[in-house]
Design a protein around this ligand. Structure first.
Ligand SMILES: [Zn+2]
Length: 159
């Protein structure tokens, strides 16, 4: 079996006046994330992990932030397209594991919802999607609430 592992990381600054979208779920929050798309760093980290595992260029190559077509786009659309790029190359996703690093808001109560959205976009069973949330213990800019970051690891298999 041809197993391939991929890693992804993303970070976006927090900003007022935008909705906060993480893992395709909109949080009731007084700030959002700055970015060209919906700035969903969890989904972006997963996209980059998948692309990396397949040996493909990163998310910025496929969906440039200078292209008006991607302005405020729902990142689930991007994730579904990334999965399409993988299946075109006969890759199947074995599992996804991601961690969100955010001081605020409380992510944990909505992890199940986020997993369900990601499962729908990737066609990966919920049981094969790991999702955790942690804070940065008040350290650095993430700890001060100036940004939210996400890490992701995936395993894919070449058919
Ligand atoms: Zn991003």
């Amino acid at each position: 079996m041809n197993f391939r592992v991929g890693h992804g990381y993303d970070i976006h600054r927090t900003v007022t006046g935008r909705p906060l979208v993480l893992g395709g779920v909109t949080f009731d929050c007084d700030f959002g994330l700055e970015g060209h798309s919906d700035a969903d760093c969890v989904t972006h980290a997963i996209c980059d992990a998948l692309l990396g595992a397949a040996g493909l260029p990163d998310i910025g190559h496929f969906f440039p932030n200078t292209d008006p077509a991607y302005k405020n786009i729902d990142s689930q659309v991007l994730l579904a397209r990334v999965c399409g790029e993988l299946s075109k190359r006969s890759f199947a996703i074995s599992n996804i594991d991601a961690t969100v690093v955010a001081e605020k808001p409380k992510i944990y109560p909505r992890l199940t919802e986020m997993k369900a959205v990601l499962a729908k976009s990737t066609h990966v069973p919920v049981a094969n999607i790991g999702l955790k949330a942690t804070t940065n213990e008040g350290i650095d800019d993430i700890g001060r609430g100036l940004a939210i970051a996400a890490h992701a690891v995936v395993l894919i298999v070449k058919a």
